[in-house]
Design a protein around this ligand. Structure first.
Ligand SMILES: C[S@@+](CC[C@H](N)C(=O)[O-])C[C@H]1O[C@@H](n2cnc3c(N)ncnc32)[C@H](O)[C@@H]1O
Length: 262
């Protein structure tokens, strides 16, 4: 939680508003934005800073291109991550080769494979002399809009949406096993267009979590990125297409914050 003793609440950069307009993605340090489907570093930065303290452990079950890990390094938090993309895991680990300031374990692992996930994360926690993590971050694929790998257990390869949601809940259930009671967990999700209509995927995932796990909902943050690369320079054509048809341009995503009650 926010450290009132060591930080001035008047001047902290922690954003307590529920609408975040982010003008530019943070590209400092190790962030290189090579991965289509990554989140802006400002998201893990805010969550880590608000809900953990120095030397705490952050678990990111869809660690991707290492955005959360790099923020953990910046903020001096230890890290455990899993991702099903082995090449990416190796790439991220190679960027961390010379890091000694934090302990981190970024694992090639299918987070829906309960036995293997438990074995790996338990082992990482043993190395950290801990039984639980202090914060869980989860940024799953937005169903199948971006195919991340060819692995059939990759959530982005599931074609039926209800099956996707069920498998996502398995991932969350596995991750939550390791979150301390009273710890916070954060799901970053977006909506999608399919067959000429909006599918409110973010809300479906949020509802599935509330139904499945004993938790309190602490925040629904809407994040809007102004400099969305896919739309830069083509603003005119996108606006034209939206007006010509009957839809709106997606720029936002949701950050759902929950507190685990068990
Ligand atoms: C939206 S991306 C996460 C991006 C990450 N937040 C970042 O900033 O780079 C989703 C990630 O989930 C991974 N993934 C999909 N299914 C998985 C599974 N069953 N177990 C572990 N990782 C999985 C994909 O490889 C992809 O890297």
């Amino acid at each position: 939680m926010f450290d009132f003793q060591n930080e001035d609440w008047h001047t902290t950069d922690i954003d307590v508003d529920s609408l975040w307009i982010i003008n530019k993605r943070d590209s400092s340090g190790k962030h290189s934005n090579i991965y289509h489907g990554n989140f802006v570093p400002q998201i893990p930065y805010q969550m880590i800073k608000r809900y953990t303290k120095t030397n705490d452990i952050v678990l990111d079950i869809f660690s991707g291109s290492g955005t959360t890990l790099f923020e953990c390094e910046k903020l001096n938090r230890n890290f455990i991550g899993t991702d099903i993309n082995s090449e990416l895991v190796n790439y991220v680990n190679s960027k961390m080769e010379s890091t000694t300031s934090i302990k981190f374990y970024n694992n090639y692992c299918d987070n829906t494979d309960t036995e293997n996930f438990k074995r790996i994360v338990s082992h990482n926690l043993d190395q950290l002399n801990s039984e639980k993590v202090d914060l869980l971050l989860s940024h799953p694929p937005y169903w199948n809009i971006i195919k991340f790998t060819n692995d059939p257990n990759d959530l982005s390869n599931i074609n039926d949406m209800n099956e996707f949601i069920d498998r996502f809940i398995v991932s969350m259930s596995n991750g939550l096993l390791f979150l301390k009671k009273g710890g916070y967990f954060v799901v970053v999700a977006g909506d999608i267009y399919r067959n000429s209509e909006v599918i409110p995927l973010g809300f479906y995932l949020m509802y599935a979590i509330k139904k499945q796990f004993k938790c309190k909902m602490k925040g629904i943050i809407v994040k809007n990125i102004e400099g969305n690369r896919g739309k830069i320079g083509a603003n005119g054509i996108w606006k034209y297409r939206a007006l010509k048809s009957d839809y709106y341009l997606f720029k936002h995503e949701y950050i759902f914050v929950f507190k685990k009650e068990w």
